[in-house]
Write a protein that binds this ligand. Structure first.
Ligand SMILES: [Zn+2]
Ligand SMILES: [Zn+2]
Length: 374
């Protein structure tokens, strides 16, 4: 009798402890890099968070120009890595040690995930967390965002809650494209009334144009030949778009500024030619704010650099990250100062992401950014 009772109690307890529910899947679909020009959707284990980490279920992501460099083998990452670094999602699981978050909350996570504790972070160099380019972890040194689930390291410093009045589409480009682009105007210390030239109007350059406007530039000249991007540049705040394939861009900038050239020149492509043009379009004492990722060798022409005596400043910025950066960017969107939805020209499901890479890589159909829905 006592045995039966005990058994009944145990059964009851057992059933209570494990409620009947759907079997939780343990694997997910993810875009895996296997070598140059070899990417594909594979099944991968859903990550589990360790102390201080979180796992989010990705609801929207995108493809970055940097991912194209990875795909071509121009930026080396290890085989088997899930790539992508621009996530919006719902908190799926929280590791121990996190406070102020609950499962199910919608969050934006920056492409750069600083630890907030190392000597670089505590010196304010968040993007260089732990060492050169060390803040960039997703799809670089750890698995990235082009997947159904994503492990977020140092989650307390990196999960930025998305206000209810912002959609996923309004938030996703803040993770990298806008944070990087706008940072060019911030690092260049654009002052109200400045003349600013932005060389190249890809997604990052377009956001640099928006950044120059946000910082109060008086006159913004975009340099771009593609008609779709030129039109978008005007929408983002450019007063004039100079087509460098039809005229000498530097001469035209000189003419447009009555010979004064610009106070801040932003380079958003990463070639010797655009770097040089940016320097030639810059006044003495001005700032060349460089966003491009250069390959091979970059040399400085001495004449526009006044042989080193022109008080020119050359600054570079890797995408600023961390939850406070994301919060500030979301404030710009919430209050109508920045709308990046027009840049999301195409949408694909995660299953069709390889097609999206082709479209984005070949710049077909007027594509600017692709939204990927896992
Ligand atoms: Zn990127
Ligand atoms: Zn750090």
């Amino acid at each position: 009798m006592a045995g039966e009772l005990l058994e009944a109690i145990m059964n009851a307890t057992f059933q209570e402890a494990i409620p009947k529910k759907q079997v939780v899947p343990s694997t997910m679909r993810a875009l895996v890099f296997r070598g140059p020009n070899q990417i594909g959707i594979e099944q991968a284990p859903i990550p589990r968070p360790g102390p201080g980490e979180a796992v989010i279920r990705v609801t929207l992501t995108t493809i970055c120009g940097t991912d194209l460099h990875i795909l071509k083998g121009e930026y080396p990452v290890k085989s088997g890595l899930v790539i992508g670094h621009e996530p919006v999602g719902l908190i799926h699981e929280l590791g121990v040690g996190l406070t102020g978050y609950v499962v199910g909350e919608r969050v934006l996570v920056g492409a750069i995930t600083p630890c907030g504790q190392c000597n670089y972070c505590l010196s304010g160099e968040w993007s260089q967390c732990g060492g050169p380019i060390g803040g960039w972890k997703f799809g670089n040194t750890i698995n990235g965002a082009q997947a159904e689930y994503l492990l977020v390291p140092n989650a307390q410093a990196n999960l930025a809650k998305i206000p209810d009045d912002l959609s996923d589409e309004q938030a996703v480009l803040l993770a990298d494209t806008a944070s990087t682009g706008i940072s060019a105007a911030e690092s260049g210390e654009v002052k109200i009334g400045d003349a600013v030239a932005v060389f190249a109007q890809g997604p990052i350059g377009l956001c640099a144009t928006a950044g120059a406007k946000l910082k109060g530039a008086g006159f913004i000249i975009a340099v771009e030949s593609d008609p779709v991007r030129s039109e978008m540049a005007r929408r983002m705040g450019a007063d004039v778009v100079v087509d460098h394939t039809r005229m000498d861009a530097v001469e035209e900038i000189r003419r447009l500024t009555q010979g004064k050239v610009v106070d801040v020149a932003i380079e958003a492509l990463g070639t010797q030619g655009t770097f040089e043009s940016a320097l030639r379009a810059l006044r003495a004492g001005g700032t060349l704010s460089s966003l491009g990722v250069y390959s091979g060798k970059l040399s400085v022409p001495l004449e526009p650099f006044a042989a080193g005596l022109g008080d020119h400043k050359i600054v570079t910025t890797l995408c600023p990250g961390g939850k406070e950066r994301m919060r500030r960017l979301m404030e710009l969107v919430r209050h109508g100062r920045l709308d990046l939805r027009p840049l999301l020209t195409h949408t694909f499901s995660l299953d069709r992401i390889v097609e999206a890479y082709e479209l984005f890589g070949q710049r077909r159909d007027g594509v600017i950014k692709v939204a990927i829905r896992p």
